[in-house]
Each structure stands twice: as structure tokens, then as C-alpha cells.
Design a binder for this molecule. Structure first.
Ligand SMILES: [Zn+2]
Length: 309
């Protein structure tokens, strides 16, 4: 079935065939298509929301990975002083270093890892999380967490900040998501977005194995231009946009290139020893490359602050 652009409903051109899930082993090939009108890149055919929901249940978060060595080491690292140093070196794509005040909503807050940072940095932080087990963990830390989709989330109170950290690219209707956020915000409120950059040099280097295709979960693939366009269409004004290239993402692309096969889960992505060694190697020896990529606007991740206008 052919799809139209999720943003402007114009026809799409196929630009990359046979893209496959390099993480979980979902054995369906997808195509990356580009809108002939607005240039927005998209994964086609679009999965239905029902298909996506069952894939999330099966593969994401609590779909089997809990208290593994990998997740335990990750939690330990994030709670350590070393993590703060690391953010300063590697780049902060989750807004974990930002301080301020105001009422903040973290969309897809999971177990509340980011909420911890937001609260300790001065914000009054709440979350949205569909996964009931993850939401329960966040609530046990004292956070208010709503078990609703963003589109279905209606509230009397408005927010000063809504955070979409690696969320927008998962949406089947990102324009509607931004419009709803616009409605949730106080006048002058901000949306903080991070998402992969479809103009990344790593996409060119790794082709179908680029970890951020992440089909079929990543439905939309933004560049700085197409994200800016969509924000403007939803009545937001970009305040700041920068690029980062997390060593973890580069390590994941390297592992996918070396080990991923269609229809097979890539277990090496969850090898703490392999991932940590690659991260240190990449950050230690290839840092000029990562830095140049960001400087030439071809970094792997877009980090954006936009204001409700
Ligand atoms: Zn379009």
C-alpha cells in the first residue's frame, strides 16, 4: 500500500529499499520514502497504531528486559557523578543538565529517570507513560505520572515546558502531536525536542545499518529543515537548535553494521562490555570526527528548544 506524507499529504518518493529492524529481529523489510513536496522522510508502509502498540508491548521497555546486567550497569552509571562528567563531554541529548523553574511534562517518561534530573534541577516535573509497569516505578519515586497518550491527555492546568526526548519521530502524526503540545503550554511555554538527524553523516556511512532508521518504530526521519518547518506549521518558533553525536549511537551503528541480520535479534547491542569498549574507543579516538560532524550540521542528533508563538 502506498502512503502519502504524514505532514502535507503529498505523494512520496522511495529513496532507500530493504531497510530492516537491526535491533529486535522483526523480519519485515521497510522502505524509506521522501515527500515530493516538503522533503520529510518517512518509513513506509506505515504500521497501523494497533500494530505499533503490539510491537511496543513485545519489544520495548518491559518486554522482557529487566534487571539484566546491561540495564543494571546503565542505571548505576546514570546515577553516578561520572555521568555528569560524561554529559559535558559527550553532549546532553536528554536535557539532563538543564536547570530552571516551571511546570514540566516529560512525554514517555518511562521509569522516571529524566524526571529525577528535572526535579533536582528546579522544575516541577510530571510524566506521561503508557507502560503501566514503568509508570508505577516512576510513581513510587513520588512523581505524578498519567497513563495516557499525549493526544488523549486533557488537563485544566497548563505547562511551561513539554519534553519530547526521542519521542516525536515515533509518532504517526507528529504535526498533531505538536499542535496538542501547543494547547498544553502556557503562553511563551517551550517544547524541548531531541531526535535523530536524517542528514547525519552516520546515515551516509552506515546506509541501511544506520541505527537510527529504527524501523518500524521511527515513522518520521527529521532533518533540521523539516523539523523547523513542522514546528513553524504548529505555531512554534525555534529558539535554539544544536547537534550532538552520542558515542553510544555511533557504537550501536557499528554493532548493527557488524552483526545485524534481517529477522534476527542483534544480541551484541546488549553486551555491556562490547558497548562500553566501543563507546570509549569512539569518544577517545574519533572525537574530532564527531565534533566536525556536529559543526558541519551533520551530527547524529538534533536538540531543539522551541517557543509557543
Ligand atoms: Zn510532505
Amino acid at each position: 500500500m502506498e502512503n502519502d506524507c504524514v505532514s502535507c499529504h503529498c505523494p512520496l518518493d522511495r529513496i532507500l529499499d530493504a531497510v530492516f529492524d537491526t535491533r529486535f529481529g522483526i523480519g519485515i523489510p521497510y522502505v524509506i520514502s521522501k515527500c515530493k513536496n516538503c522533503n520529510l522522510e518517512q518509513t513506509t508502509p506505515f504500521p497501523s497504531q494497533d500494530d505499533l502498540n503490539s510491537l511496543y508491548d513485545k519489544y520495548y521497555n518491559f518486554g522482557g528486559e529487566r534487571n539484566t546486567r546491561y540495564t543494571q550497569l546503565r542505571a548505576k552509571f546514570i546515577n553516578s557523578f561520572l555521568y555528569r562528567v560524561w554529559l559535558a563531554i559527550d553532549g546532553d541529548i536528554s536535557f539532563h543538565r538543564v536547570s530552571g523553574t516551571g511546570k514540566l511534562l516529560d512525554v514517555g517518561c518511562n521509569e522516571g529517570r529524566s524526571l529525577d534530573f528535572f526535579r533536582s534541577h528546579g522544575f516541577s516535573a510530571e510524566g506521561l507513560e503508557l507502560n503501566s509497569k514503568a509508570a508505577e516505578v516512576a510513581r513510587s519515586k513520588g512523581f505524578t505520572v498519567y497513563g495516557s497518550t499525549l493526544e488523549g491527555f486533557a488537563t485544566e492546568k497548563k505547562y511551561d515546558i513539554v519534553v519530547l526526548s526521542n519521542v516525536l519521530e515515533h509518532s504517526l502524526n507528529p504535526g498533531a502531536m505538536l499542535e496538542h503540545i501547543h494547547w498544553l503550554l502556557n503562553p511563551g511555554g517551550q517544547v524541548w525536542i531531541s531526535c535523530p538527524n536524517s542528514r547525519s553523516w552516520l546515515r551516509s556511512a552506515f546506509g541501511r545499518y544506520w541505527i537510527n532508521w529504527h524501523v518500524p518504530f521511527h515513522v518520521v526521519h527529521f532533518s533540521a529543515n523539516t523539523l523547523r518547518q513542522m514546528l513553524q506549521k504548529s505555531q512554534f518558533e525555534v529558539v535554539r537548535m544544536r547537534q550532538e553525536t552520542p558515542a553510544l549511537w555511533v557504537a550501536h551503528s557499528v554493532i548493527a553494521r557488524l552483526f545485524a541480520k534481517p529477522g534476527q535479534p542483534t544480541k551484541q547491542l546488549r553486551s555491556a562490555a562490547l558497548v562500553a569498549s566501543l563507546i570509549l574507543l569512539i569518544r577517545g579516538f574519533f572525537f574530532p570526527l564527531l565534533w566536525l560532524g556536529n559543526l558541519s550540521k551533520r551530527g547524529d542528533c538534533l536538540v531543539v528548544v522551541a517557543r509557543k508563538s
